[in-house]
Design a binder for this molecule. Structure first.
Ligand code: HEM
Length: 122
């Protein structure tokens, strides 16, 4: 089920994001702070929350729209912060990645809005 997958990916992303935060602190180098923040919040917390809704409301979790939304957010939620990190470390040559990643998560958010409106009374 897509909800379970999203929750599992979400906790792994958060674990990685927290370890990256500790690494930043140890090195006293906060260059990747924005990438860390977006990975944890968009890639981790949001993904987990969406997945939790799908588990809580099975009528939502079994929709085809939910599967499309989930995969879009999984890929976009990782590509976006990875792209932010690329731009911060290597410059504008990497700009396409955060642009595509952020558009993916915005589309995923729009799909999730439709899912919630269709199933909030389920
Ligand atoms: C073990 C856990 C974590 C550690 C050690 C950690 C560490 C850090 C460090 C070192 C910074 C940079 C601070 C600076 O720029 O002065 C930072 C920024 C930030 N972190 Fe974390 N973090 C952790 C977990 C999280 C989680 C779970 C979230 C969100 C769900 C989060 C969200 C943020 C945000 C929003 C910023 C600000 C980024 C910015 O100003 O560009 N962090 N964190």
């Amino acid at each position: 089920m897509i909800g379970s997958l999203m929750m599992c990916v979400g906790v792994v992303v958060l674990l990685f994001g927290m370890l990256a935060g500790i690494a930043m602190g140890i090195q006293h180098d906060f260059t990747l702070g924005p990438a860390h923040a977006h990975l944890n919040l968009v890639g981790g917390v949001l993904l987990f929350l969406f997945g939790f809704y799908y588990r809580l409301v099975p009528a939502a979790g079994t929709m085809l729209l939910a599967r499309i939304q989930g995969w879009l957010h999984i890929v976009g939620g990782i590509l976006f912060p990875a792209g932010v990190a690329g731009v911060l470390l290597r410059g504008p040559a990497f700009e396409a990645a955060p642009i595509v990643g952020s558009l993916m998560v915005v589309v995923a958010m729009a799909l999730f809005t439709v899912v919630v409106f269709r199933t909030s009374r389920a």
